[in-house]
Design a protein around this ligand. Structure first.
Ligand SMILES: [Zn+2]
Length: 247
C-alpha cells in the first residue's frame, strides 16, 4: 500500500534490514499509528501491531520484487508503507519497472496475502494451543476471524491477537479494493490493460472513482467511520482528477 510519496530522511529515522531488505521508519509513522489507536486504551499494543503488520505486508511486496530480480527498500511513514524498487527512485507505481503486467499483479497481491498468511499463522497458533476462533461476517459477506477463547496469557495477549487478526484481515481485504493507489487498484489496472490495451488504464480509473465513492458512502453510513469515508472520498476524487487530466 502506498498513499503518499516517500518523505526525505530525518535524524529520527529508525533504520534496519530484514532479509537483506533495507527498512526505514519515519518518526511520523509512530505518531500517526498512535493517533489512530488513541482512545483504545491499548495504544502501545496497537502501535506494535500496526508496525509489525505493515512491515509484513511490505515484506511481501519486497520478496515478490526479489523473485523477479528487483532489489527494493521499505519505507514506513504516516501510518502506511511503501516498497520502492531500486530501479524506481521516485515512487509513483510499479509501471516504469520492466515487469510484465502479470508480474506486477503478483507483486501487488503479495502484500495483502503476506498479511493473510500472518493471520492464518495466528489462527493456527490459537487453535493448536486449545483456543477458539469464530468467523464473523461483516455486512454478511466479509469474513473476519475473531478470538473467542484463549486458554493462556493475560488480557494484553488477547488484545494483541484480536488486533493482529483485525488489521491483517480487514485492512488486507480493504487494500484489495480496486481503488488507486491501493494494491487492488494496481491489480485492476494491470488486469484491464491486458484486456483492453488502448482503454484499460482509463477504465481502471473509472472503476477506482466509482468504487472509492461507493466505499466512502458505505463507510460513513454502515461503519460510521468518518476517517475511512474521508480517505476513500479523497482517493475517488484523485482518480476522477486523473481521468479528466490525462485523457
Ligand atoms: Zn501494498
Amino acid at each position: 500500500m502506498f498513499l503518499f510519496q516517500s518523505p526525505p530522511p530525518t535524524r529520527f529515522d529508525l533504520n534496519f534490514s530484514l532479509f537483506e531488505i533495507p527498512v526505514r521508519v519515519h518518526p511520523m509513522f509512530w505518531f500517526l499509528a498512535a493517533l489512530l489507536g488513541f482512545g483504545s486504551g491499548q495504544v502501545l499494543i496497537w502501535v506494535f501491531v500496526v508496525f509489525f503488520s505493515i512491515l509484513i505486508h511490505e515484506m511481501g511486496h519486497a520478496l515478490a520484487f526479489r523473485r523477479y530480480g528487483q532489489d527494493s527498500h521499505i519505507v514506513l511513514h504516516f501510518a502506511g508503507g511503501l516498497t520502492i524498487p531500486e530501479s524506481l527512485r521516485w515512487g509513483g507505481g510499479y509501471a516504469s519497472v520492466s515487469l510484465s503486467a502479470n508480474q506486477q499483479i503478483f507483486i501487488s497481491l503479495a502484500g495483502p496475502f503476506a498479511g493473510f498468511v500472518l493471520a492464518g499463522l495466528v489462527v493456527g497458533g490459537v487453535i493448536f494451543s486449545g483456543g477458539e476462533i469464530a468467523v464473523n461476517l461483516l455486512f454478511g459477506i466479509i469474513p473476519i476471524p475473531q478470538l473467542t477463547f484463549l486458554p493462556f496469557g493475560n488480557n494484553a495477549v488477547q488484545v494483541l491477537i484480536v488486533m493482529l487478526l483485525w488489521v491483517n484481515v480487514f485492512w488486507g481485504l480493504i487494500n484489495l479494493l480496486p481503488v488507486f493507489p491501493l494494491d487492488g487498484g494496481q491489480v485492476a489496472r494491470n488486469f484491464l490493460i491486458q484486456l483492453d490495451p488502448l482503454d484499460g488504464a482509463r477504465k481502471s480509473l473509472w472503476l477506482s472513482t466509482i468504487t472509492g465513492g461507493v466505499v466512502a458512502v458505505a463507510a460513513f453510513v454502515l461503519l460510521g467511520s468518518f476517517y475511512m469515508a474521508f480517505l476513500f472520498g479523497l482517493l475517488a476524487f484523485q482518480s476522477y482528477q486523473a481521468l479528466s487530466g490525462r485523457f
